[in-house]
Write a protein that binds this ligand. Sequence first.
Ligand code: ASP
Length: 325
Amino acid sequence: MRSLVLVVAVLAACGASSAKPPVASTNAPAMHWGLVLHGGAGAIARDKLTPEREAAIRAALEQALRAGHDALAHGGSSLDAVTAAIVILEDSPYFNAGKGAVFTHDGVNELDAAIMNGKTRTAGAVAGVRTIKNPILLARAVMEKSRHVMLVGAGAEELAGIAGIEKVDPSYFRTEERWQELQNALKNDKFGTVGVVALDKSGGLAAGTSTGGLTNKRYGRVGDSPIIGAGTYADDHCAVSATGHGEFFIRYTVARDICARLEYAGRTLVQAADDVVMDELVHVGGEGGVIAMDQEGHVAMPFNTPGMYRGYIGDDGVPHVDIYR
Ligand code: ASP
């Protein structure tokens, strides 16, 4: 359906003379430690994205990269970096996660999130929560404070009370823009999920994803983001977070499939991510993209949509963000 994304090499150090912001492209140089994030993929229409809005989105992505970098620089784990960066994106109205979550068909916001620690293969996920300000924190609480991997709806919200995680009135998630999006069933910025993968100084990988799901979804619908192996996955050599049409990402177990190709098929990270996103998913009409890191700090950010908000930051602390191909 869509033509293949041209993979553009990135210059690690952009010339100081260049006025253009550093470009993240769909790959990035390997890093000793750092993180990669996405703020969703989709038909990000250049004409709908005003310069002010684009600047605000870039600033939020950079702020999230810096928050994750800070955590890692101070000896924090990849889990801490993933959590810190996702909280910033959840609090921003520009992404379909937390504050900016899209509406279901019935006009409510139902949020999903997951986090996974690659070293221990422990994971936590929540789905269909309506009152949790930062679902990624609740996903982490499921991992660290319960015997389970996934909790949904009221059961998940009850754990928030026990774990001391902030609850808000459902009206907190009502933004005028998302409301209009539901009314008009607009297709722009279709997949605005946020996700982060990180590699810490001790070589530990982690992945996390947070989303409001798909605009106009049926209430009770759960997408790929909180499904371990579909939209979120990490083990000791690979971490992936996805964004896109979740039903395809579940059926093709996208995140785990990318890591399995590394493990069993001898593919590099970039090859494995391209195989799945630019080939397999394209053939079946599965729109979206992923961010991925391996244990050597290689980075892949392929997407088969016109754009994907994305960025990375390595140990040098310089954030790189990009939107289009
Ligand atoms: N993958 C998410 C879902 O299907 C949507 C998105 O990426 O924005 O729930």
